[in-house]
Design a protein around this ligand. Sequence first.
Ligand code: ZN
Length: 151
Amino acid sequence: MIEQLDELYREVILDHFKSSAHKGALPNAPIHAEGSNPLCGDELGFDIALANGQIGQVRFHGKGCAISQAAASMLAAQLEGKTLPQARRIIETMQGLMQGRKLDPSVDLGDLEALSGVRKFPVRVKCAALSWNIVEQGLQSYKGQKQEAGS
Ligand code: ZN
């Protein structure tokens, strides 16, 4: 399927697939979430550290196809340094993009934009979307915990 994507997108996706810059674990991070896409066999987990109200380091671990692993790497890179509302905005934008919605130019997607071609391949959308769906869950449960703690 990668062969059918535009060359520019393909290169960005393969670079991220091969990159280990954001692979690993952050055992003390306050946000952990994981999930899988049984249709393809993709499995991912994310650890997200916070510092001064912003996202610090983001690390992922898992296995699966090139699209799922590249999407995880792109998302990790794009979330670092963002506030939690900015992170939610990025996730919503990617979800919208996969549904064919028009891009909001005020949201900086970075390399994630290379995944826009994936929406032409409905089976692969689940591979790409696994990352942001997992992180969305992680952000939601973190928010829930904070509210329970009364802060
Ligand atoms: Zn996959």
